[in-house]
Design a protein around this ligand. Structure first.
Ligand code: GUN
Length: 275
């Protein structure tokens, strides 16, 4: 069993990003919009800010009160769209219930959409065209590529169907000639489908959701879940029991988490080049 070392690969990508930002004539800048006081979102945003700072990208976060109106947010996004010193705009999700996430996200200029969540960038991915790809699935593909894992003809299962992870990851795996099943909370016979998969990507957010009895020996297991159990960060996979069966597996922490952040930094630079 080999470990897919996301921490190490992310470090290399960050070094590359830092090298590139040091050559820019004006700084690359990311604007993060955070609404409300969700503790998990606050942690995610501060780690994104730190990663930017460490690699020479300027990051500014605007924190809005949770009762903010949609119009006030979209006005602020319009301003940022028209500001040539801002290259990337990220609206941290989830948003409070009274706000329409996709309407707000679609206000972001596609060329500044570092999360790849506007209809334009989602459509480009669906059509197999070049665009900004959401950071988590992009990070998964980087890791698969770094270890030269061949996807052609392989059965892949993606568990989770979010716009941020499951759907784009399924499209990326399909582009690489994998045969992809997208499973979710209503899927019948999930264990049976996982048992026939050569590549298992789990983005559920439930600890120990993937157990050893489900896994085909020799499978590649990509754990995209993040949960906290007694203050400890864990993934979806029962790592102790599953890892001996795998050919490759991502640890949590140190797998997809750092790859997501590294891929976001790459996306900021991609957007920089588009403006
Ligand atoms: N919430 C959880 N992950 C993400 C992410 O990658 N981007 C945004 N915008 N919100 C998130």
């Amino acid at each position: 069993m080999y470990i897919l070392d996301g921490k190490e690969l992310a470090k290399n990508i960050r070094t590359q990003v830092k090298l590139e930002t040091s050559t820019l004539s004006k700084p690359a800048k990311l604007l993060v919009i955070l609404v409300g006081k969700d503790p998990a979102s606050q942690i995610y945003v501060s780690s994104k800010e730190k990663a930017c700072r460490d690699t020479g990208i300027e990051a500014t976060t605007i924190v809005f009160d949770e009762n903010i109106t949609q119009k006030e947010i979209t006005n602020r996004i319009d301003e940022a769209n028209n500001d040539p010193t801002i290259h990337g705009i990220l609206v941290q999700l989830p948003l409070p219930k009274h706000l329409e996430e996709q309407v707000i996200i679609n206000h972001i200029a596609p060329s500044k959409d570092v999360d790849g969540l506007t209809f334009v960038n989602q459509g480009r991915l669906l059509a197999g065209q070049k665009g900004i790809v959401p950071a988590t699935p992009k990070g998964v593909m980087h890791l698969i590529d770094a270890y030269h894992l061949d996807l052609t003809g392989k059965n892949a299962i993606v568990i989770g169907r979010s716009n941020l992870v499951g759907k784009p990851l399924a499209l990326l795996l399909m582009q690489r000639n994998a045969t992809v099943t997208v499973a979710h909370s209503k899927t019948n016979n999930l264990a049976g489908i996982i048992a026939s998969a050569d590549i298992v990507c789990s983005a559920v957010g439930i600890p120990n959701f993937i157990t050893a009895d489900m896994i085909k020996p020799g499978a590649v297991v990509i754990d995209i879940g993040i949960s906290r159990v007694f203050g400890k960060v864990v993934g979806d996979v029962d790592y102790e029991a599953v890892s001996p069966l795998c050919s490759y597996i991502t640890p949590v922490p140190g797998g997809i988490g750092p790859m997501t952040i590294a891929s976001l930094l790459e996306n900021v630079l991609e957007c920089y080049k588009l403006v």
